[in-house]
Design a protein around this ligand. Sequence first.
Ligand code: SF4
Length: 618
Amino acid sequence: MRPVFARAAIPRVPPNDVMPPDADRLARVDAILQRHGADRTHLVEILREAQEPEGWLPPEVITRIARAVDLPRARVEGVAGFYSMLHLEPAGRYRIRFADNITDRMQGSEALLDRMCESLWVEQGKTSEDGLVSIARTSCIGMCDQGPALLVNGRAIPRLDTARIDRIAELVRAPTALDAWPPDLFVVEDNVRRPDRILSAAFAPGEVIRATLARGAGPALEEIKRSNLLGRGGAGFTTGIKWQTTRDSPGEERYVVCNADEGEPGTFKDRVLLARHADMTIEGMTAAAYMIGSRRGFIYLRGEYLHLREPLLETLARRRAANLLGKDILGTPGFELDVELRMGAGAYVCGEATALLESLEGKRGIPRNKPPRMAEKGFLKLPTTVNNVETFCGAALIMLHGADWFRAVGTSKSSGTKLLSVSGDCARPGIYEYPLGVTVQQVLEDCGAERTQAVQVGGPSGTCVSANEFRRRLAFEDLETGGAFMVFDESRDLFEIARHFAHFFAHESCGFCTPCRVGTSLLRNCMDKLHEGKGSQHDLDRILRLNRVLKASSHCGLGQSACNPLVDTLKRFRPAYERRLQSFEFEPAFDLDGALARARAMTGRDDPGAHLRETENG
Ligand code: SF4
């Protein structure tokens, strides 16, 4: 039953209270532009900062920025319109966005969202009349181990329950400035359940750099190659080869980029690595920079991890002060690297490395054509290596302990350990680190999962495995994974889970190429049709046909993998689909008879005698 709320009067907040006069607003924007040197490659960052005070980007702010960075206004507006965290329309002073991963729903996020909407008198997806608050949903925010969760003005609040929702509603109604909200609301736990080589590593800052310098750039790179370190973001490319290509490619500059934009629903391991092992990540980047000859690096952090921004900036500043970044690092003439932190602004597709580089250049995150490879023409068309947070951590440990130590665990094809983000139906969700090759069954036992029906390995774009496959191994030669491990017990409806993922891909498609833009919408519609009991065998065949089209003709991995969760569940859990079919033959999605019922009633045409009487009356 829905909770009944005492409808406390919500104070009216005139918009003018938060709208500075134009001159003040533009002076503030000018200060932001000056800080960024009006550099158009900083455009996403500039827009994020310009939006902060008011929660949206008024037209004159867009115009001012466009003039300053010397870009057409439409281009700047196009960039702002691309990212879900940037707004071109007024939003509430408090912008509340509920995480909408399937695990959040399983933990009751829908009822909590309803409760907050009722409490604050605002409809989901809308802004309250007084401009105080807007409430919406957003994709996974990387808190699946402690959901349900939400973002308020970009700051994460995990572990939601009715008490927390009521507290938040009260703070909004007061209204209390966000900085004065109780700090306990914003505590994000690490939930490390099983540490192994990476999560238990301890070394003094600078040790990895010293070990790399002692080896020399060429031999250090050979050691990375010998370790067979494969990219941990999911693609599994050989790190040593990528770094060698970057080193060998001609260019005045080379760049090293850490992809910390983990947006795959169900993944949150990089959140924990950056919270606990930021030094290890940056040491790995610095070692990579030494090997490939780079002087400039970036950490591209997903916008949803705003709570990590300040600690990371402090770590970078501390390392600069200790001469672990900057010029002549550790007294080595000519060894120079600075690392800049850049924030994403809410676009799943930016986890794709070329889309990430577009975003870093201040553009919409549209994946690029390949070739050329990023190692040859990456950031600003110069040689660039992009690696996941966990890959840099692995490289750091290889520099300390050597390739043989690294290869001593894992399988012959998949060396080292892998971090898993475990969530869903289990007693102990959190981060688990295992040697690669661990079975699904072992992870399920360790995390306290019971009566498990299926596991989604690698997020929606990965693989859904059923109980008879739990002996399979998490390794590049079997079940590849970027780290997500979502558990579903026997009480879950696998069709509804797949439908949720179909909505996710339709929402996150960047719209650049037709097969993905149209195909993901058709898939979503098809799943909705089945959900409404209007589907037929024809729709099941259609999903498989769309899969072939999307795989063959989508521009990037998002479109190519959008059908994976549907095809996997259709193959393994077909009865979940078939019990929704009204018939095996064609069923129209549109109910013509139902749609005309009201008109028939109004004209009396549902009355069987009406036609006869009309005829008799002449
Ligand atoms: Fe964008 Fe989808 Fe095409 Fe990738 S496949 S470029 S996400 S429309």
